[in-house]
Design a protein around this ligand. Sequence first.
Ligand SMILES: [Zn+2]
Length: 469
Amino acid sequence: MTEHAKIRQFVETNGRRFVDTLKEACSFPSISAEGLGLEQMSDWLEDRFKGMGATVSRLEVAGAPPALLGEFRGMASRSGSSGSGSGPPDSGRTLMIYDHYDVQPVDPIDLWHSPPFEPAERDGRIFARGVADNKGDLVARLCALETYREVFGELPFNVKFFVEGEEETGSLHFEQICRAHADRLQADHCVWEGWRIDHEGRPELVYGCKGLLYVELRCRMLTYDQHSSNACYIPSAAWHLLRAVASVKGADDKVAILGFYDDARGPQPEDAPLLERLPFDEAAELKRLGITAFADGLTGMELRKALIYNPTANIAGFVTGYTVPGAAKTVLPAEAMAKLDFRLVPDQDAGDIARKLRRHLDDNGFADVELETIGEENPSRSPTDSILGRAIESEAASWWPLEPAVWPLMPATGPMYPVARLLGIPICSPPGVTRPDSAIHAPNEQIRVDDFYDVIGYTAAYLSAYGEF
Ligand SMILES: [Zn+2]
């Protein structure tokens, strides 16, 4: 019997019990935005870790829900080169597994077909808030660890589960937790949350993420709104802010902030073959969006490159004056407000870009426009040739029928930077239980039961490969 066959058999035999564990995890309303259920959820998780033989610590910093560190000590390596059953928990090679136990709010609750915290099974799927993002992956990994031990014996390396409780509110204390507990968080590699399986069932994995700078620009010029007949002599906050926002991009659609692109690293030589293999159905995407062409006429390889390596400047909102559709009110508004988000690529720094934006506004006649940073996360990418990456990629290729897609960098943002850069741990995010139709952050969040089984088995398989490299 092959390794995969042994794993599949164990998962099949224990599948219903694994599903029950997942449903139990999803019955806690651990909504970080509302400060709900986080204690109960972290207690439950702590009990699970302890029940499996882990040493558990709560990594505390003021104002944050506890991050849990569940440490499993590995036995001597199968190749005899690392790990020691009698040594301290951090001897030998150590694999960190990062997940989060908090979930998004459930609104709008009316659109749910079953209560979000009463996990329900329909049509081979499990519906619950958090089942895809990211309790499904977290529980699948616990089940995978059990599977590995039952099939192969003790792990030949240490495993540290690092599970935070405020990812869904922007991981505000995550960097602080990493700095304060850096000694405890040392590891050789890190499995990061879970990436996804695409529409066609193709596994996808990523090695990094873009960063984000989110700012609010405000301009107030008058004590209160004025009659618009006086626009001939009264200055307009709306026009002023509109020009300030317009100045951020040039006519060529490039960001015009001085020095914005200085630290933006383009594709690395090793990325080229990965980009060639990235699936991107342009026709389907155009249809989905209801457009006939992408921005700047992008297509083919240039489109893929832009998606991964281009930083962006996006207008997320612009509010001023009277906005009732179909009605008229002749008003000269006293103030205007805009929200902008910038997706950043390695090695841009969110704080540095915010300072450059301030200088840009000052130098272009907009010193009176207020700038407030609402959120910032730095981008990060890890090498695509790590031992962990090789284990994750090769096992994905043999576990699923379709060749895996490898993203050097995902277009979205996550809190990878403190782990990858501050702690210096190379990251890879393997295919997880999520599909594009999993409705993460939305009503009726769901995963397929078969994907859950696959991710458990596949995780046990790459843990085994990681131990052998
Ligand atoms: Zn999320």
